[in-house]
Design a protein. Structure first.
Length: 207
């Protein structure tokens, strides 16, 4: 099935530098993400939000979903849930990195929510990509100029092995209170990461 693209209200750089658009993408804008999309000539399929950062009258879209300002879910999480209701299982969250730290952490939690509900989700802007990993083996193609970081989202990730990276690990443990996995570098065209237990956050970032 096609992907669901969620454009958040905060983005540095150009949206089209964050991912490669495909004709079959279903695009949802989270509140003022609509304004960012329209600046680049992107027409969303749906706009969802409490419209606390723009006027409802500014929106021209076939599917407009207004939600209360006072609610438990963020606009971005509601966009994810809406896409899941439509049957999408592959998501890209555009932006949502930087600006207010609480919003960034909320978006990382949204990645974890997607992961825990069995759907794929990546968060991306012009400088970063992030996704949540379960135990297993992952082959990662080198992205020129990007550093690789791995963080434990629970108390610990164990049985970690790195190959193809400047700082290799062998049967290591990453904990959530010490940033051992930050800012590694590719030394091969492909790196391999394996871990046995835990839930990890994988981030690729460039300056």
């Amino acid at each position: 099935m096609a992907r669901c693209i969620i454009i958040t209200a905060y983005h540095t750089g150009k949206i089209k530098d964050s991912y490669l658009p495909m004709p079959e993408d279903f695009i949802i804008c989270a509140d003022a993400g609509y304004l960012l999309a329209r600046q680049e000539g992107i027409t969303p399929d749906a706009v969802l939000g409490d419209f606390d950062s723009m006027e409802r009258s500014q929106v021209t879209c076939p599917d407009i979903i207004r939600v209360p300002v006072e609610k438990d879910d963020t606009d971005t999480l509601l966009c994810l849930k809406y896409g899941m209701e439509l049957g999408y299982r592959d998501f890209i969250m555009i932006g949502g990195i930087g600006g207010r730290l609480d919003h960034t952490i909320a978006n990382i939690q949204t990645l974890l929510y997607a992961h825990n509900h069995g759907v794929l989700m990546e968060m991306a802007d012009a400088q970063n990509t992030a996704r949540v990993l379960s135990p297993g083996t992952y082959h990662l193609k080198e992205k020129k100029g990007y550093k690789l970081s791995l963080f434990s989202l629970n108390e610990a990730c164990t049985g970690i092995y790195y190959t193809g990276l400047k700082y290799p690990l062998q049967n290591a443990t990453l904990t959530n209170d010490f940033p051992l996995g930050v800012s590694n570098a590719f030394v091969c065209e492909e790196a391999k990461i394996t871990f046995a237990t835990g839930t990890a956050l994988l981030i690729l970032s460039k300056d």
